[in-house]
Design a protein around this ligand. Structure first.
Ligand code: CO
Length: 155
């Protein structure tokens, strides 16, 4: 595995529509493994392919330890409720803001083997998935921030 450089804002690739994945092959598996190592190293809970300069519909989320979800070609089929909470993004180090997201979602995607998956999520997991899927359409959380907040950095 390898730790990849994370693209920081501003960079054109962060604001472009990503293309769908059609090949579920060894290089996709390697990319997913590298993305995971990169996300953990950066202490993030989500990472989207454009953040490592790959313009494809691939994202990973891990809001609870050992509960990694790999979403390829994800589509949000249903959204319910609204809530406001604080988000950050590995492409905007040190920046945090309040964003409205759906409280619960139903999302369909493919896993690393190309198998179709349906997932229902709520709360912080639903928020993280919505944030990451936005990345795949070139939408950054800063375009949705209601109010920026100061957060104490840990450590
Ligand atoms: Co982000």
């Amino acid at each position: 595995m390898a730790i990849l450089p994370i693209v920081l804002y501003p960079n054109d690739i962060l604001e472009k529509e990503c293309i769908k994945v059609t090949a579920f092959d060894h290089s996709l598996e390697k990319l997913l493994d590298d993305m995971y190592e990169t996300m953990v190293f950066a202490d993030g809970v989500g990472l989207a392919a454009p953040q490592i300069s790959i313009g494809k519909q691939i994202t990973i989320v891990e809001v609870e330890e050992n509960e990694l979800i790999e979403l390829i070609n994800p589509v949000i089929e249903q959204k319910d409720g609204e809530e406001i909470d604080i988000e950050g993004c590995l492409s905007f180090p040190g920046l945090y803001g309040e964003v409205i997201r759906a409280t619960s979602i139903k999302v369909t995607f493919q896993n690393r083997h190309g198998k179709k998956v349906i997932l229902k999520a709520e709360g912080f997991l639903a928020r993280a998935i919505q944030h990451e899927i936005d990345h795949l359409h070139g939408v950054l959380f800063t375009t949705k921030v209601l109010r920026y907040v100061e957060l104490e950095e840990e450590g």
